[in-house]
Design a binder for this molecule. Structure first.
Ligand code: AHR
Length: 626
């Protein structure tokens, strides 16, 4: 093959092209990215979180070990009305322990420090010393501390536990005297969170996401954003402020959201990794029946009643004030400042709606929200939705509405087969460039029914991403979905990054995202590809994308070969200016049965140079200017 760059046809492309989409699906938040180690710390698990599971209630993950003590749940005089349930331990004779199982256990690492905290009170005023232990399956104490509870009123108690060994453990709280003890918000965090944040994120997982170098993060969904009924719509105000005052909620993926990972933490994570925040809020309608895969239960036609839309729109405007408002002069800016962030978060993008059915109910509410944001915050870039791509009426209607209102950007979703992606690499080449509306490809992934993601799906995504770079003048942002999945708790497959309590297992597709994220450009340099074999099927399995990063001046050549044979390629870079003779090359290649890792080396290059592309491979060559 020959690939000849045509620098005279260069065009600017979006600098936000590659981002990440975080949704609390597959235990991505509690038990996942959120570093809290205690499951159901607030005793707010509710039978409605998971229909048909008789163990799913306030005592979930908790148990009493030993005798002469009782463990019940009460709601009288709670720590906060949003957090009504708490544990009551009645100790007749010391010895028994209240045990928490964690999320599949509590993984300790030798020498690491863990922050233990809880709200507690002794209603009878009789002080009680507690031993707090982390115990492994054999009963060995792997870390411990103690503290005394003496307050009749709710009070926070804190201690630090150092792990004596690396072990999988559970928590035991062991009162040393008889009497009644009330407990709530029982929490254990590693001190070593991502960037050392309190109430922070699991370091290895957060770093794996950061390594993609996502230019934005969309959150909190997906279906989680609009919920599967009016009561299940994600309300950002319930997710900020003191943890004990946040309002937990059923997660429509069949579990519980503690909201410990809430809007403050999402914005902070974005800031920590230099990504633009892209919060998505419901367009006044919940996930409507089939748009939400039909089987999630609770599906509900209809939107927020018109009598309540004013308040709902105000909540959205308040979010913008919370993110960007002055810390002293605005009500919501003050709330942000009190939470520890006086400086504005500089929110520029706000998503309204997620993969909705584009009904009259939707259109009416979306229009109201869109107009209200435009009026109060004309600089805000509203990202609308055009429903799932299915060539059906929603997609068409969604686009009609976007055109009519002049929505600056719309969110498109498609989960498709490798064949679909191969045959649709011209999807945005055909885009009507006279339109004002840009595209956010907010959810996409290559799916092979019944099979895991592999090099074939990953290279299909690499091919498609080449077409997205080529169309980076209209496609402003993209994000693979879903991002995270905890092993044994997965509702959706495939996902980009699998994990358990100790390991992070990125898929081959992850490395494609990372290579694109780390080698993004701001200028697209078109190239002419000539293949020896002129068959269209062959042509569709080979792609190149050449971009220049204006910050470094580097030119990046990406070459994708989804053919079962090696392709000798001559790259002609004439006209791009003088370059360094040695360049970094990264190659991701393997058989469909492998889970390969990218391999880096350095190669000699010239204005024209040869490069052998292995069968089934993705090659990235990063060239520095001379
Ligand atoms: O990414 C998983 C789900 O797919 C999202 O929640 C939803 O938007 C889409 O249907």
């Amino acid at each position: 093959a020959t690939v000849t760059v045509q620098p005279e046809r260069a065009k600017e492309i979006s600098e936000l092209l590659l981002g990440a989409f975080f949704e609390d699906i597959n235990y991505s938040a509690d038990g996942g990215l959120y570093a809290e180690l205690i499951q159901n710390r607030d005793f707010e698990y509710d039978p409605s979180d998971r229909e048909g599971d008789k163990n799913w209630n306030s005592t979930h993950s908790w148990a009493l070990k030993g005798e002469k003590a009782g463990f019940t749940i009460d709601t009288a005089d709670p720590i906060h009305p949003n957090n009504p349930h708490y544990a009551v331990l009645n100790v007749e004779q010391p010895g028994a322990a209240l045990v928490n199982a964690g999320f599949d256990g509590i993984a300790l690492n030798i020498g690491e420090k863990y922050d233990f905290s809880m709200f507690a009170r002794v209603p009878q005023g009789k002080s009680n010393k507690l031993k707090i232990r982390l115990v492994d399956g054999e009963g060995k104490v792997c870390g411990e501390t103690s503290l005394s509870v003496s307050s009749r009123q709710w009070k926070t108690y804190k201690a630090v536990i150092t792990a004596k060994v690396t072990a999988d453990t559970h928590l035991e709280i062991i009162p040393q005297s008889a009497g009644e003890l009330n407990l709530d918000m029982v929490s254990l965090f590693p001190q070593d969170t991502f960037k050392g944040r309190k109430n922070g994120l699991r370091k290895d997982l957060a770093q794996t996401i950061a390594d993609i170098h996502p230019r934005f993060i969309r959150f909190p969904g997906g279906c989680v954003a609009h919920g599967d009924g009016l009561k299940n719509i994600y309300q950002w105000k319930n997710t900020v402020g003191p943890l004990e005052a946040r309002k937990a909620q059923r997660n429509l993926w069949g579990y519980h959201q503690s909201m410990g990972l809430g809007y403050f933490e999402y914005f902070q994570f974005c800031e920590d990794i230099g990504a633009e925040p892209l919060p998505v809020l419901a367009a006044g309608v919940p996930c409507q029946n089939s748009a939400c895969h039909g089987n999630l239960g609770g599906g509900q036609q209809g939107g927020i009643p018109m009598s309540e839309m004013g308040a709902y729109i105000q909540d959205i405007l308040d979010l913008i004030e919370w993110a960007n408002g002055d810390a002293k002069k605005t009500k919501w800016g003050k709330v942000r400042a009190e939470a520890g962030h006086p400086k504005p978060f500089n929110l520029k993008y706000i998503g309204i709606g997620n993969e909705d059915l584009i009904t009259d109910i939707f259109k009416e509410r979306f229009t109201m929200i869109f107009n209200a944001i435009k009026e109060k915050y004309p600089e805000m870039i509203v990202v609308g939705t055009v429903g799932p791509f299915n060539e059906g009426t929603d997609y068409v209607e969604g686009w009609k509405l976007a055109d009519k209102l002049g929505v600056p950007m719309v969110d498109e979703h498609y989960y498709q087969s490798p064949g679909w992606f191969l045959h649709n690499q011209d999807f945005y080449d055909k885009y009507d460039r006279s339109k004002k509306t840009k595209v956010y490809l907010g959810e996409y992934a290559t799916h092979i029914p019944g099979r895991k993601a592999n090099i074939e799906t990953a290279l299909t995504e690499a091919l498609y991403l080449a077409s997205l770079e080529r169309n980076g003048d209209v496609v402003h942002m993209t994000s693979y979905a879903p991002l995270l999945a905890k092993e044994r708790h997965t509702q959706w497959n495939p996902d980009l990054i699998y994990f358990n309590n100790r390991e992070v297992k990125p898929t081959t597709g992850y490395y494609v995202q990372k290579l694109y994220g780390q080698n993004a450009g701001s200028e697209y340099l078109p190239s002419k590809i000539v293949l020896d074999n002129k068959d269209d099927k062959v042509r569709k399995r080979f792609a190149s994308s050449i971009v220049r990063d204006s910050a470094s001046g580097d030119v990046i050549v990406k070459l994708v070969n989804l053919l079962p044979v090696e392709v000798n390629t001559n790259v002609d870079l004439s006209g791009i200016g003088a370059v360094q003779p040695s360049a970094k090359r990264t190659v991701l290649t393997g058989k469909p049965t492998d889970t390969p890792l990218p391999v880096e080396d350095r190669i000699q290059i010239a204005e024209k140079f040869d490069c052998n592309l292995p069968a089934y491979s993705f090659t990235v060559i990063r060239i520095q200017k001379a």
